[in-house]
Design a protein around this ligand. Sequence first.
Ligand SMILES: N[C@@H](CCC(=O)N[C@@H](CS)C(=O)NCC(=O)O)C(=O)O
Length: 183
Amino acid sequence: VPREDVGAGWELSPEFSARSSHRLVPMLELDDGTLVGEAMAICRYFEALYPQPCLLGDNPKSIALIEMWERKSDFEGVQAVAEVFRNSVPAYAERALAGYDVPVPQIPALVERGKLRVQRFYDQLEQQLAQHEYLAADAFSMADITALCAVDFAKRVKLPIPSEHKHVQRWHGAVSARPSASA
Ligand SMILES: N[C@@H](CCC(=O)N[C@@H](CS)C(=O)NCC(=O)O)C(=O)O
């Protein structure tokens, strides 16, 4: 999706649907026309092209820990917030699931369940960040990027970092201040 069209509904256009039945962004188009979907697949492509700085690990242990925390941050963070967002925001009344070209109504009960999941996610981040500077250990990685997306997305549905979660606050301030995040 051309950058200027993000947020303008381009991903819902017939032109995009014709090219990708998944109807999801982000989507990377390679020079040969190949389409690569799924955020992590796109990140792996760029990490393979530009291995430095390393964001996906460079030894068996760091690769495993980064993968573990990235998946947790997506499934238990981003997806939990999405459950709240897609089932509560009026503009998504008939779009409760991303990527569908038929109406998908909201299920209000999922909002409360999603909030429970987000709270648990914050608790798990707090536990981990009480012992480590970054999520997957002591170096910034893709796991921090996905978790940052989850936390910033949570703020949009009024689920900010709980004030007692001091380690999450400290980590959030540090990763948000990185030039790539502020850009
Ligand atoms: N698992 C996918 C999730 C992609 C996704 O949910 N994208 C949303 C925007 S963040 C989307 O394309 N929504 C289209 C819609 O609302 O129908 C990934 O990591 O790329």
